[in-house]
Design a protein around this ligand. Structure first.
Ligand SMILES: [Mg+2]
Length: 175
């Protein structure tokens, strides 16, 4: 199994992850994928649970930033409503933009976690930038754009293999 495809931790969705997980690892920054990680593609405003999660992280002193491959009105509107910064056109699976962001902002590699639902973009990009990565399940696979449908064709068998070989370590095991 290629190392770059293996996430640091796994969760069904980010909302189930407890404060203790972030505290124990000393996480200071979360780089969030938006689509199908925080909310589905079809949603333009943050759900209550996304708002609650961001508030919970803020109370822990954790900075949350949306790092999306997308851009434009919807992403900006969403992030504004959520009250968090958004860095768009991240070019995941490449990691140069994430590396640049980490350097510019002085985010420490071992205290930063990227959370996303796709192995082919999020896991690859986060590992390439030498930060922790949490892989989640996509929130809604019925309304995905073409590029994501293609990525899923590669994602599904890899995910299955990772699961079977015990490489998807639940966040609960890290407590
Ligand atoms: Mg996504």
């Amino acid at each position: 199994m290629r190392k770059r495809l293996i996430p640091f931790a796994y969760a069904t969705n980010v909302f189930e992850v407890s404060d203790d997980f972030f505290k124990k690892l000393g996480i200071k920054t979360i780089l969030f994928d938006l689509d199908n990680t925080l909310d589905p593609y079809t949603v333009s405003l943050p759900s209550q649970r996304s708002q609650d999660f961001v508030k919970r992280m803020k109370d822990l002193g954790i900075t949350t930033i949306v790092t999306s491959n997308n851009r434009g009105g919807r992403v900006n509107t969403y992030c504004k409503a959520l009250g968090i910064e958004c860095v768009c056109l991240m070019a995941k699976p490449f990691s140069f933009k994430i590396k640049r962001l980490l350097k510019e902002r002085g985010f420490e590699l071992d205290k930063t976690i990227l959370i996303g639902d796709q192995i082919m973009t999020d896991v690859k990009a986060g590992n390439g930038a030498h930060i922790k990565v949490m892989l989640t399940e996509p929130l809604d696979t019925e309304h995905e754009p073409f590029t994501t449908i293609i990525n899923r064709i590669f994602d599904r068998p890899v995910r299955k293999k990772l699961m079977k070989k015990g490489y998807l370590r639940s966040w609960r095991e890290l407590l």
